[in-house]
Design a binder for this molecule. Structure first.
Ligand code: GLA
Length: 706
């Protein structure tokens, strides 16, 4: 028995008394003003007659709202007054004073004025500041789920689970929770599904409240997971030369070709290439290949890089063909998540400078993408002009190209962009030609105001504007990677490739929060079948480092473990890796997260097969994708708020026999395993592994562990 159980001993830790009668749902969910009124009025004694809760509440029949004494009322902090945006929830968002669907909180016909409406899975972490002595609530599946839904509520105090309800079902009896918190620092309230998926799992923490200690100075706060834990990951770049992904690139014959060979090692590096297609030239000092492909076809180009410490070799595959771009998911930087509309020429040049000086370019990051807010007005001929923040786009493109990097730009098929700048509607060919003249290499084409033009969201209407710009790009004389952005409407992953998209956004905008990132990332399951070389799912840009949507920036609100989960997922998903932070402020951890060569090799694997979920067990998940060299990349994820073990079963992965397991984040072999591999994974954390049939790894000295 732990100390909380001990404190709660002598009675039930939680009770399961019936909670009132069936009745009519007369009450709409409290409006903000209404809620304020209730909150102001309650401590002053609006409570009904009666009492009831153990430890100071006046007695009331079971299931009635308990009425605190005035002294106790003053010490009552309703859960709904905390910042519920911190609640991590798999569907919808936590609601103050109403159900997840914004109806009055209702359990078995009884309406509760106070409480929080959530949905499985959810977790709310409360930093108690030592200021609470008790947590109380009545929990159950809200009546809006009728007789559907099944959930389990759990309460964790300072890392120990002190309450776990039975599976509670829609229409079933709610249960009371009453937990002693004296001296406790952290409270975690979770709702899990009842073992049959999360459908209809509308879970109410009705009348949920903290009773504060007398004279409490500090007040408990909702919070995210503590960020102190630093995952152990490999960092730094070895002195010996090494060549990195991408190892395949494509271009259209007759159009400008540019590729910077990603390589690290102690300077100076010298590059050599054999069998380079005619009309392509390698600068042996910079590793930048330029020129024009003369013909279609695939060429294997052996590359060597030499440093004072030695020589490394690899093969670069060059694919010449019509629309042969984005052979692997584009890697680069985009201005939006960092600068928003505050982007300007100097910031883009700085991004290019830091892309090189930080070593990101040497690890394969190539694109410098200007998002919204570069656009000016059209001239008399209808030609788009830049605004005053971008005095000379061609000069900017030349500057970016001089570093072996590529420049991306942004527009909308509607008359205006999302940030209300001039967009491409009815000027598509002119715009594509202008981009080509400037030297643009990528276009993000964002639906935005096309919403007003489209007759409806039929497949034909959704595809139409993207086909128009596709044709314009085909005719502009320059290779321009085509990035579709329309937030996933009409299941764009099913048809994005048919309108010639190189990648397409599958979701709304990402945010630097666990719920946003994890909701998007884990929500990609099933889309993997639509990704492949030249056409990728895009779950949106990265939210690590200093982000902010400009001009003010802040450190990402993802914890270090959550950042590992983010990049592990995006790598398994074969998603474009578009950094959205200020590259001049990269700390060591962010740089290590973005430049782990083995993780990036998974993202850039030339086979181009994206991962899907192969197993899930409550809050743990296993995702996997096959790699070109026959290995399997496997992600072990813990979506829960407590450390747990995650097991990859060979049966789920479709493999057999002895497998050599390697930890990619730490860049080290773990050992050989038969049947399964189990690891401890931190809260909201992940591991990325490769599994390789042991016979394909002769010479491995690792021993087998059970
Ligand atoms: C939309 C997109 C974002 C960004 C902005 C720019 O919200 O989804 O990625 O491009 O527009 O206004």
């Amino acid at each position: 028995m732990n100390r909380h159980q001990a404190r709660n001993a002598g009675g039930r830790r939680w009770s399961s008394a019936p909670q009132g009668h069936k009745g009519r749902r007369w009450q709409r969910c409290a409006s903000a003003a209404g809620l304020l009124l209730i909150l102001l009025c309650l401590p002053a004694g609006c409570a009904r007659e009666g009492g009831g809760w153990l430890g100071g509440w006046r007695h009331a029949p079971k299931g009635e709202v308990a009425a605190p004494s005035a002294e106790l009322a003053a010490r009552t902090l309703y859960l709904q007054t905390l910042d519920l945006s911190f609640c991590d929830q798999q569907w919808g968002s936590a609601q103050a004073g109403c159900s997840v669907e914004k109806n009055p909180l209702t359990l078995q016909g009884k309406v509760h004025e106070h409480g929080v409406g959530t949905h499985a899975y959810s977790a709310l972490i409360v930093d108690l500041k030592g200021a609470a002595e008790r947590f109380q609530a009545v929990v159950g599946v809200d009546d809006e789920s009728a007789d559907k839904g099944s959930v389990v509520f759990a309460v964790v105090v300072d890392g120990e689970e002190v309450v776990r309800t039975d599976v509670l079902r829609g229409g079933g009896e709610p249960q009371e929770i009453n937990v002693d918190l004296a001296g406790a620092r952290q409270l975690i309230l979770t709702v899990e599904d009842g073992g049959d998926g999360i459908d209809h799992d509308h879970a109410d923490w009705a009348n949920a409240r903290l009773v504060l200690v007398p004279g409490a100075v500090e007040r408990p706060l909702a919070t995210r997971l503590a960020a102190e834990r630093m995952p152990l990951i490999a960092s730094g770049t070895p002195r010996a030369p090494a060549l990195h992904a991408p190892r395949v690139t494509g271009a259209t014959p007759g159009r400008p070709f540019l590729f910077r060979i990603p390589a690290t090692g102690e300077a100076p590096l010298r590059f050599e290439a054999a069998n380079l297609p005619p009309d392509l030239t390698l600068d042996s000092d910079t590793g930048i290949i330029t020129g024009t492909l003369a013909a279609e076809g695939t060429t294997a180009v052996p590359i060597t890089v030499t440093s004072p410490c030695g020589t490394a070799g690899s093969t670069l595959t060059i694919v010449g063909g019509h629309r042969a771009l984005a052979q692997t998911p584009p890697m680069g930087w985009n201005s939006w998540n960092v600068w928003g509309t505050a982007v300007d020429d100097a910031k883009v040049r700085a991004a290019a400078d830091y892309m090189v000086s930080s070593g990101l370019a040497s690890h394969g990051y190539q694109y410098i993408n200007i998002d919204d807010a570069w656009e000016g007005q059209r001239d008399a001929e209808g030609r788009i002009q830049t605004n005053e923040k971008f005095p000379d786009m061609k000069a900017l493109a030349d500057y970016v190209h001089s570093k072996g990097l590529k420049l991306g730009i942004y527009s909308s098929p509607g008359p205006k962009t999302c940030a209300d700048y001039e967009a491409s509607y009815q000027h598509e060919q002119l715009d594509a030609n202008t981009y080509a003249e400037w030297g643009i290499d990528l276009l993000k084409y964002d639906w935005c105001s096309y919403e007003k033009i489209a007759a409806d969201h039929s497949l034909e209407e959704l595809r139409k504007p993207y086909l128009v710009m596709r044709e314009a790009l085909d005719n502009c004389g320059r290779d321009i990677v085509y990035s579709l952005c329309q937030y996933g409407m009409g299941n764009v992953w099913e048809w994005g490739a048919t309108v010639g998209g190189n990648y397409w956004r599958t979701t709304g905008d990402i945010w630097d929060s666990w719920s946003s990132m994890a909701g998007i990332g884990f929500g990609q399951n099933g889309h993997e079948v639509h990704a492949g070389p030249g056409h990728w799912n895009d779950p949106d840009m990265l939210v690590v480092g200093q982000v902010g949507w400009g001009p003010e920036l802040h450190a990402t609100r993802l914890t270090p473990d959550e950042q590992i989960t983010h990049i592990t997922l995006w790598s398994l998903l074969a998603a474009p890796l578009l950094i959205g932070c200020d590259l001049s402020q990269l700390d060591d951890f962010t740089l290590a997260v973005l430049t782990n060569t083995e993780v990036l090799e998974v993202n850039q694997d030339p086979l181009g097969k994206a991962a899907g979920r192969v197993a899930g067990n409550g809050r743990t998940e296993v995702w996997a994708r096959p790699l070109a060299d026959g290995a399997l990349a496997v992600g072990l994820f813990n979506r829960g708020v407590q450390e747990t073990t995650v097991t990859a079963e060979w049966e789920d992965l479709g493999i057999k026999g002895c497998q050599a397991v390697r930890d990619l984040w730490r860049r080290r072999d773990i050992g050989h395993y038969d049947n399964a591999y189990t690891a401890h994974v931190p809260p909201h954390g992940a591991m990325l592994l490769t599994l390789r049939a042991a016979s394909t790894q002769p010479g491995s000295a690792e021993t087998t562990t059970p």
